[in-house]
Design a protein around this ligand. Sequence first.
Ligand SMILES: NC(=O)c1ccc[n+]([C@@H]2O[C@H](COP(=O)([O-])OP(=O)(O)OC[C@H]3O[C@@H](n4cnc5c(N)ncnc54)[C@H](OP(=O)(O)O)[C@@H]3O)[C@@H](O)[C@H]2O)c1
Length: 321
Amino acid sequence: MDTAETHVVTGAFGYSGSRIAKRLLDRGIAVRALTNSPRPDEPYAVSILTNPLCFDRPEGLVHSMRGASVLYNTYWIRYNHRRFTRAQAVKNSLILFRAAREAGVQRIVHVSIANPSEDSPFEYYRGKARLERAIRESGLSYAILRPAVLFGDEDILINNIAWILRRFPLFGIFGRGDYGIRPIHVDDFAELAVRCGRESGNVVLDAVGPERFSYRQLVKEIMKIMGIQRWVVNLPPELGYWIGRAIGKAVGDVVLTRDEIQALMSGLLDSNAPSTGETLLTEWARRNADRLGRSYHSELARRPIRYGAYVGSAVRTMNAS
Ligand SMILES: NC(=O)c1ccc[n+]([C@@H]2O[C@H](COP(=O)([O-])OP(=O)(O)OC[C@H]3O[C@@H](n4cnc5c(N)ncnc54)[C@H](OP(=O)(O)O)[C@@H]3O)[C@@H](O)[C@H]2O)c1
């Protein structure tokens, strides 16, 4: 094991990033975090040097990455909001890639999305495809991982389907619900990312689990596993969107955007690629049936206003080390 090796993880306290960072530490690799959500309360934070994702100061990013060999990039913005936009995410990611190159990083493990396309009608998928092209042209060696949807503790989509199932007598499916969905467990995903970080060839891989469902099947499976009976009804997608919006207003979150509903219905969360994960969603849901959907998981609550996240905190930054 090479203890001198250093890898950088964006969002190292986030959903997939935290699993990647912990796995790297377990393998004796030094980890640096780039994040604006530092978590000094996390036990593994003491083993990590944490620096801001300061896109307005690229020299700071270069400094934070100098001497590291691999960058795992989970950074992205899911939807447009008055506080953040996907266009910003694309611009910032390009700054990050340039900084990685300048810092001498050799390899990037980049988290993309299944079915990205620069011609996509959806900004999310266009942005992701644009970033994949930038990576291919960057001169860095790369592994581009394309998950369709992640599940596991703290996930948003599966948990919130379960949350709605627990609270309402009806569950509305957008349209017929016959479009596919191919989830991968977040730990399998992190394992794959870390494995890809150890390799040197260029790869582009769909990161997908062993089970494939139609959306309708998925909802019914979750319902069965939780041991509850609800009416599953087909809804016009626009009505489904407005119901989601009303729920979002009640819980102070954005449940699903119009684009996300359309992308789901267009089959973009599906893939025919061989499985790169082992965990069955159905087995995981069975093991967690009692707590699944007990509380709502809010995307927006994970995005506090970050100005000054480092001020007065006990985070170990590179400058302080
Ligand atoms: N979760 C899924 O089901 C899923 C499905 C397909 C693809 N993906 C892709 O997988 C990657 C990682 O997803 P994840 O769920 O693990 O992400 P996450 O932990 O929620 O966030 C990952 C990173 O993005 C940054 N970020 C997210 N939203 C932001 C916002 N509104 N403003 C500023 N920064 C923001 C976080 O910054 P901080 O560290 O500063 O908080 C963090 O660096 C993303 O590229 C996503 O597109 C995820």
